[in-house]
Ligand binder design. Structure first.
Ligand code: GUN
Ligand code: FE
Length: 433
């Protein structure tokens, strides 16, 4: 029995703050405490209540001036793309050819993949991200390396090998039949082991033949609890291309729909330019969206309509989409989401941004019974934020009067320096010195 009580301000969400009154949407304890036993949340509340009745031998960690929130959840990221960060000058399709495809080639080398997977996960932790939905490359080696590194760190991670059997350089192509066998083997090795889950990952409609999309559907049918992870309607030229390649489909989403790829546990990154019919179908199917505002601004892809996603009941999380995005920092993704919402004249609140990065992401991944909030029984993955991490932050946060204002300062002015420590299953996995 390993009990620790973390004393700090504590914030977590129970509902979407846009659709529930504040008293139902979140709990905030300015003088709070989070009691963790055996890697799980036992209780979170006001310090004076929690401290009255601690388990015998409970360790007390005092963190004055700090704010504890659930670990950030990155619902769309490519670990092999760290090395193309900040690739300037082009939009999606040219960006893929110029930067991305050449970089993904090296991940057939296990040693290299191990090194980058470890680096990616350690950097994710130092940015406060505790769970991600991750693209590998076409080579299964990239996914073996990733899951091994995640397992070693006891992380809850979802990943998959890219399916891509056309319209990319030869050295990155698989085949419909070969990808079926590769995925089956990876699923057997990793899906459901420890905190890991597998995502069937066709890159996007243009790089898979109809035969390969069928393979993706077959894999989903044959295995319990798999995810489907792909890109959708990101860029106008991409969308035009999909219409040429699949002339019998009603729209881009319909390409995936016709192959049985929609449903709960299907996550579509971007989903920027959708027709009404697609919005409705997305909602009715129970699919989720990864909103990637940093990437959408950097690649000039467009402004995601979060309000529409909500009105259609589509679970939506935030994605860094590194390397289309510019960093792994979900505080930055929150800021970009805010900026996108301003440009759309549908301004979101800082509370909404923090919801998206925590419980919103957990719901989009259908993991809210385990992570994303401090519900009793949940896995104790959380971050300790220091609102005074820099002179400028200390100056500005010292002048805030409300929670909302403080969250705004963290989101707009914060970066990874705000992440003081990151805790995985109750154990400190990162600490900033
Ligand atoms: N569409 C197809 N592949 C990719 C990718 O690697 N990144 C982004 N942002 N969009 C894509
Ligand atoms: Fe992406």
């Amino acid at each position: 029995n390993n009990a620790v009580v973390w004393k700090a301000s504590v914030l977590h969400f129970l509902e979407d703050p846009d659709s529930a009154p504040a008293s139902d949407a979140y709990e905030y304890f300015e003088d709070g405490a989070l009691l963790v036993v055996d890697g799980h949340v036992l209780l979170c509340g006001a310090a004076q209540d929690i401290m009255k009745d601690l388990p015998p031998g409970c360790e007390v960690r005092e963190l004055p001036g700090r704010l504890i929130v659930p670990g950030f959840i990155d619902t769309h990221v490519h670990y092999p793309q760290l090395e193309v960060l900040a690739g300037c000058g082009v939009q999606l399709l040219d960006w893929l050819n110029q930067y991305t495809f050449p970089a993904e080639r090296r991940f057939s080398d296990r040693e290299y993949a191990d090194e980058i997977a470890g680096f990616f996960l350690d950097q994710s932790l130092s940015h406060g991200t505790t769970t991600s939905l991750v693209f590998g490359t076409v080579d299964p080696t990239s996914v073996d390396a990733f899951f091994a590194a995640a397992q070693q760190r006891n992380l809850r991670m979802i990943a998959g090998k890219v399916l891509m059997d056309r319209h990319a350089p030869d050295y990155l192509l698989d085949t419909a039949e070969g990808s079926y066998e590769d995925c089956k083997a990876l699923i057997q090795r990793w899906h459901g082991k420890d905190r890991l889950a597998y995502a069937v990952t066709p890159r996007f409609a243009p790089t898979s033949t109809p035969e390969q999309l069928q393979v993706a559907g077959r894999l989903l049918e044959e295995h319990e609890g798999l995810y489907l992870h792909t890109h959708l309607s990101e860029n106008p030229k991409e969308i035009e291309w999909v219409q040429e390649l699949f002339p019998s489909s009603k729209n881009y989403l319909d390409v995936y729909d016709q192959h049985g790829l929609l449903g709960p546990r299907s996550i579509f990154a971007h989903s920027i330019h959708l027709c009404d019919q697609s919005w409705e179908r997305m909602g009715a199917s129970g699919s989720s969206i990864a909103f990637c505002p940093g990437s959408n601004l950097f690649l000039g892809s467009g402004l995601f309509n979060l309000g529409k996603a909500k009105s259609c009941g589509i679970p939506t999380g935030l994605g860094s989409d590194v390397g289309g995005g510019t960093d792994l920092c979900l505080l930055h993704s929150m800021k970009s989401a805010y900026q996108v919402s301003q440009l759309r004249e549908e301004t979101i609140s800082p509370l909404q941004a923090f919801y998206l990065a925590t419980l919103g992401g957990a719901r989009a991944l259908h993991l809210s019974d385990r992570i994303g909030s401090f519900r009793p029984g949940n896995e104790a993955d959380f971050v300790v934020l220091n609102p005074e991490a820099t002179p400028m932050l200390r100056f500005r946060s010292g002048k805030t009067k409300t929670l909302e204002e403080l969250l705004g300062v963290l989101m707009v002015m914060g970066d990874d320096r705000v992440i003081e420590s990151t805790v995985i299953m109750g154990q400190e996995a990162f600490r900033r010195d």
